[in-house]
Design a protein around this ligand. Sequence first.
Ligand code: F6P
Length: 323
Amino acid sequence: MNRIAVFTSGGDAPGMNACIRAVVRTAHHFGKEVIGVRRGYQGMIDEDFFLMEPQSVSNIIQLGGTILRSARSHDFRTPEGRKKAYENLKSQNIDGIVAIGGDGTFTGANIFMQEYPDISIVGCPGTIDNDLYGTDYTIGYDTAINTAMNAIDNIKDTANAHDRLFFIEVMGRDAGFIALRAGIATGAEAVLIPESKTDVDNLIHVLENDYKKKKNACIVVVAEGDDTGGALKIAERVGKTFTEYEIKVSILGHMQRGGRPTCMERVRASRMGVAAVKALMNGDKGVMIGIINQRITQTPFEMACKTHPPLDEEMLEVAKILA
Ligand code: F6P
């Protein structure tokens, strides 16, 4: 292995900087040079490369976002784009890459490695959605659930003051991990997630019971990818027949993607970054680093992207019993 490149791609996530830092410092520790690629796959095509020294990553472990920036590249989806990226990487003498991103990132990496097997890629899971198979936690998830929890706590204060029913939408296009954890942590009356079909009549029944129990306010946490179409739509449907509370909608949106990474985030991202470089030096490729039961693991890209992590039935039960 001559030179290792590192990039971030897809939706940014808090903790990506901690992972970049770990990659750069570990590579230098083992005497390898590191090239930073800005704006993901698009940066490979545009030759947006720069040499990274251990000091290049000083004072970034606590920062959200990504110092390497991120992008979703349309050009990289074409064979011509990938060829250009390959030629640019070769001209920089790069033969190993650490890719930090989600399923789109690893799908791209898999195709690229099949076409150009002399470049090895190892991935670190970076997405707030936690929707990758092969790891208990993705980078960004812990911070995002804490951000969502704090925001919902704030909304609960005002909901209680005004006897209101709030539908609060959290991120999760395909997965309900954020919604379920944030819902449990804030004592939500209901949690709606894409993995299970929403029974609207039952939801109204639950809310009617809560009203009869004289609850001051109700919170329904809705994952953006829920089959009802999100918080605005379900609020409208419920509001047609259930008029006991004044209904409000709050969409948390991209605030969940930013902010200072939590302690666990920084530690996990650091461990994954170190493991990714060691894996490359060991000759491993086409795998995503993960953490399962506190241990570092590797999962082939194909499996990490195509297998949906199973719905946690126990968590769902906890949310329902405690609502
Ligand atoms: O990072 C994943 C995610 O947060 C999804 O839950 C969400 O749908 C998506 O990103 C939105 O990202 P963007 O606005 O960057 O397209």
